[in-house]
Design a protein around this ligand. Structure first.
Ligand code: SF4
Length: 64
């Protein structure tokens, strides 16, 4: 599973990290979310889709 963050859309609200810290984290300057899990791991982390659905600007793109 490929998960990407649309850098132009992300408003750095931190919701994805709160919902799914195994898959997402804020970068060092706290202005962009990063995908921190490997592609092979992502499909086993069950909060990825919930985080994507909770992103207020739909910046999390899931490609199955
Ligand atoms: S929930 Fe969306 S807008 Fe908020 S930090 Fe994550 S990717 Fe960015």
């Amino acid at each position: 599973m490929i998960v990407k963050i649309d850098e132009d859309l992300c408003i750095a609200c931190g919701i994805c990290e709160q919902i799914c810290p195994k898959a997402f984290a804020m970068n060092e300057s706290n202005d962009l979310a990063l995908v921190i899990a490997y592609e092979e791991e992502l499909e086993y982390i069950d909060c990825v889709e919930e985080a994507a659905n909770s992103c207020p600007v739909a910046a999390i793109i899931i490609e199955i």
